[in-house]
Each structure stands twice: as C-alpha cells, then as structure tokens.
Unconditional design. Sequence first.
Length: 91
Amino acid sequence: MSGIDIRHPHSLPLPKARKAIEEVAEKLAERFDFEWHWDGDTLHFNRSGVDGRIALSPKDLHVTAKLGFLVAMFKDSIEQEIRRVLDERFN
C-alpha cells in the first residue's frame, strides 16, 4: 500500500488554522470526491481507496494518507494538489 506523508509548518492561531484546513478539505473533496470529518484536532478524510488525516498542532500540520492500489497510481497528482493547497492557505 502506498502512502502520503507531508509536514507543513504554520503560524496561524489554532482557530484560523482549523478554518484553513476545512477549506483545504473542501477543495480536496471537490477535486477527489472525499468525505471528511473532525475528531478533536485531526481532520479525517476518506473515499474508496483512500484513508487519510490532517493532524493540527500549534506549529504544523501533518498530512498522512494510505492509498489503495488503484488510487496509488495517482499518488503524485494527489500529493501535488495537497501541497499546492497547503501553500495557498498557509504561506
């Protein structure tokens, strides 16, 4: 099973960072048909072949995802889109 592991620093107050993560989740949901929900300070997202999370801490975000066989073929484009959206919202 292939995976994604991205750490991205941020300097936003936690409520603003949480709002920005929700905006990231909404964009990814539109593009890749994900469903998502919060569990504490971790946003979980999934769809068939993808199980991922974005853990929020005071100084960074940690994005992890397990990709099933078919979705793994698109790993590079998924990871590139995640990085692009994180840069857009957190830089």
